[in-house]
Design a protein around this ligand. Structure first.
Ligand code: DGT
Ligand code: MG
Length: 408
């Protein structure tokens, strides 16, 4: 009877977009295990397996209490045999043997290090590994030529693998917003991605820019980028123009996951003055964190000078503490026309699984097609307009889930 009560306690709807998932995860040990296997699958280009592990983790994240026995999981959606085996292993033995052996595997470690370089995806990393490259030093010593993004990624490797704090995100927000408003008065900017969901740290900072008058946003991105560049804030940037109107596959059916908004991938230079209150803590962190990777980068940085390794270490250590007075941060900018703003906001707030589940719900349950641009109703053969996220949830027949509860 106790078991029955607990099964009822953990009754969960099957789509993540029907659930409220806060950052207060009661099952972090289990979800960390499943997330690592998801990550490993994604890095190995096994998308299906990755999604299965992500869905299983998301179900556990939505539970109000820690899972302590397998019987509590009866009737829960999204838990396949493989995920259940992993959960059982963790509950019974404190750890999953598959997770532990994955973490120790040379391939996983190499994939992590190499895809930790901005501009390097799983396919490139896999190619390099097949050429015997497992770490940054081997990459530096190899004959592989890196594209501009990868070069910047390697140069700022340590900074970009250091989580971005909310305070840093806010500091960057002020700078970018000032640039946006100066080149287009009346334009508006919104913090999106994980920070909008209430996360205290992230791997990058994402902003959505629009203007209340349709069309005024056209051509905005290059102006914003030029302005930030002139101010010395951009260490790297690549702007892709809006190709939405040119696409043949229709707004509701993008041919890939990539959006067609005007978009800028950048590496931002955040100095101590702008970081303000963050100064002291970060200076300390920099002074004691001369990590392995940092050393590798510096060795590589001098590249063809055939740098002596020991000299590299000595150089590192002789640096005065906290000498570097800025840090690199990944910043993504997206520009949307106001008519698509609600869809862009919803589509760029995440989490990635929440977004995927919204689209799955729309397609499978409602015969609709949702993208970051529009919502198409196949039964009515028309696009459904919306000026707020609430309206989109309503069109989809879903209860509104606020950003802080989209942490699936
Ligand atoms: P983070 O940055 O790792 O702390 O976590 P998030 O949730 O901010 O993830 P991020 O920055 O990779 O992406 C933010 C959201 O934007 C993500 O939940 C899904 C969406 N997103 C990112 N890239 C694309 C894209 O190319 N197309 C579309 N439609 N959405 C994207
Ligand atoms: Mg983000």
């Amino acid at each position: 009877q106790t078991c029955e009560a607990e099964v009822l306690l953990f009754s969960v709807p099957s789509y993540a977009c029907q659930r409220r998932t806060t950052l207060q995860n009661q099952n972090a040990v289990l979800t960390d295990a499943l997330s690592l296997l998801a990550e490993n699958a994604e890095l190995s280009d096994e998308e299906g397996r990755g999604v299965a592990f992500r869905r299983a983790a998301a179900v556990l994240k939505s539970l109000p209490e820690p899972v302590t026995s397998m019987t509590q999981l009866r009737g829960l959606p999204g838990l396949g045999d493989h995920s259940l085996r992993v959960i059982k292993d963790v509950l019974e033995n404190g750890a999953s043997s598959e997770v532990e052996s994955t973490k120790r595997s040379e391939r996983y470690k190499a994939l992590k290090v190499l895809t930790g370089i901005f501009g390097v995806g799983s396919k490139t990393a896999d190619r390099w590994i097949r050429d015997g490259i497992h770490d940054l030093r081997q990459l530096g010593d190899s004959a592989h030529t890196l594209n501009r993004a990868q070069q910047a990624g390697l140069e700022h490797y340590d900074d970009l693998n250091q989580p971005v704090t909310k305070a840093e995100a806010d500091a960057i927000g002020e700078i970018v917003e000032a640039a946006v408003v100066s080149v287009l008065p009346g334009a508006r900017m919104t913090l999106i991605g994980g920070f909008r969901r209430g996360k205290q740290t992230g791997h990058d900072v994402d902003f959505l820019i629009t203007h209340p008058e349709e069309g005024r946003e056209v051509g905005l991105m290059p102006k914003v980028v030029s302005r930030l560049e002139a101010q010395g804030f951009l260490l790297y940037q690549k702007t892709t123009r809006n190709s939405y109107l040119e696409s043949k596959d229709g707004p509701g059916r993008p041919s890939s996951n990539m959006d067609r908004f005007e978009r800028c991938f950048s590496i931002f230079k955040l100095t101590e003055e702008e970081r303000g209150g963050m100064k002291r803590a970060d200076t300390e962190r920099e002074s004691d964190a001369h990590s392995h990777t940092s050393h590798q980068i510096h060795t590589r940085g001098r590249g063809l000078e055939a740098a002596d390794e020991d000299e590299g270490v000595a150089e590192e250590r002789s640096k005065p503490a906290g000498r570097k007075r800025w840090r690199a941060v990944r910043v993504d900018l997206v520009v949307s026309p106001i008519s698509q703003f609600a869809f862009a906001l919803l589509g760029w707030t995440g989490s990635k699984l929440f977004e995927r589940e919204l689209r799955r719900w729309a397609g499978h349950e409602k015969s609709m097609s949702l993208s970051s641009h529009a919502l198409y109703d196949s039964k009515q053969s028309r696009y459904l307009r919306a000026t707020s996220e609430e309206e989109i949830f309503s069109h989809l027949g879903l209860e509104f889930i606020p950003p802080s509860e989209r942490n699936a």
